[in-house]
Design a protein around this ligand. Structure first.
Ligand SMILES: Nc1ncnc2c1ncn2[C@@H]1O[C@H](COP(=O)(O)OP(=O)(O)OP(=O)(O)O)[C@@H](O)[C@H]1O
Length: 339
């Protein structure tokens, strides 16, 4: 592994970068702000994210990925280049890059990711399946003939997969994830209180107020928004129980996706999952009470990965070491190579 090797978890909500043996060196929202007339980029990452919902007409903030895949090639390339520049300090490092991609993306979408990496000056780009990266990032040995299950709840998608002998055996992906939860909270506030709240407020409520296991009516928080009838600013008190009501359908879709994968998995491997438990990764894994809810609903042990939001990126860094083993022909880890 070289000190210029770069691992990238290019996510719908966040981009996380690792550099050589240093580990995670950048973790920023996948967002970009640009001038709508001149198309000039004004801010990337955290600075762009802070502008969401607060810009004048001539500035737009976009998220260049949607549902785990690139929706705006040019802006994604720009964003990756900027982030790499931030971590390396200069452009001409010609690093090797591993980027992780959701297990369901098409070859065309893979190519778009690789082109984004190449445009950042990479000398070789490799892609690794996200579930594989999440498991190795959490320190799981996936080389054995043994079933390992991972549920990666990101911003755009929830990816559920069973991995054995370094490869994906069964997988399923749904759009029910962090952003859908935020949108569900926005809709709930509109319907119940005629209160319009912004995306960032909804995300804060989700992070601070979600309790999926034993939500209470007497645990509350105040929310600011605009009353849709009067058009005036308003404060509203909202309880854990109400947040639970707002998000329960989305959570049901996530649990259904886990169930689907368990149903489609060969029985020997399912047996391993009941013994090993399910690893939960991604920012959504930290949703209050989710782990206990999954355990109660599916009667299977669950573990939330340490540093769940960086787990996939850490896996890409570890994959550089595994890749050398791959080249020796000892392992068959699912890394695709592009020159
Ligand atoms: N403590 C928390 N509790 C609940 N949700 C959280 C928490 N912290 C972050 N999140 C949510 O996690 C999501 C981002 O997770 P992550 O960075 O793993 O996604 P991503 O990799 O960008 O997305 P994807 O994998 O879908 O492309 C956001 O929706 C964010 O609101």
């Amino acid at each position: 592994m070289s000190k210029t090797d770069i691992g990238i978890d290019l996510g719908t909500a966040n981009t996380v970068i690792t550099l050589g043996k240093k580990g995670v060196v950048l973790s920023e929202p996948s967002a970009i702000a640009y001038h709508t007339h001149t198309k000039e980029v004004l801010a990337v990452g955290k600075r762009a994210y802070q502008m969401i919902g607060k810009t004048p007409d001539y500035i737009e903030v976009i998220r260049p990925l949607s549902g785990g895949v690139i929706s705006d090639d040019r802006m994604t390339q720009y964003m990756i280049r900027e982030f790499i520049l931030q971590v390396t300090g200069h452009r001409l490092t010609k690093p090797r890059i591993i980027i992780c991609v959701p297990s369901f993306i098409t070859d065309v979408e893979k190519r778009a990711v690789v082109e984004a990496a190449m445009s950042a000056g990479s000398r070789k780009a490799y892609l690794i399946d996200e579930p594989i990266a999440a498991l190795i990032g959490a320190g799981v040995n996936i080389g054995k003939a043994r079933g390992n299950m991972v549920v990666d709840i990101g911003g755009g998608t929830t990816d559920v997969a069973i991995v054995s002998m370094n490869g994906i055996v069964t997988s399923h992906s749904v759009r029910a994830a962090g952003n859908t939860l935020d949108q569900a909270i926005i809709r709930y506030m509109q319907t119940k209180y005629k209160l319009l709240i912004g995306e960032r407020t909804a995300e804060r409520l989700k992070i601070e107020m979600t309790n999926l296991y034993d939500p209470r009516a007497d645990v509350t928080s105040w929310v600011k928004g605009r009353n849709l009838v009067s058009g005036l600013p308003e404060m509203q008190e909202i309880s854990e129980l109400e947040i639970f009501e707002a998000v329960e359908d989305v959570i049901a879709d996530i649990i259904e996706a886990i169930k689907t994968v368990l149903e489609e998995t060969p029985p020997e491997l399912v047996g391993d999952i009941y013994e090993n438990g399910v690893l939960m990764a991604g920012g959504g894994a930290m949703l209050g009470g989710l782990r206990k809810l999954v355990e109660r609903t599916l009667q299977v042990k669950c573990v939330v990965a340490k540093d769940a939001i960086h787990c996939v990126a850490k896996g890409t860094a570890i994959a550089f070491r595994k890749m050398d083993t791959l080249l020796d022909g000892f392992e068959n880890i699912a890394v695709y190579q592009f020159k």
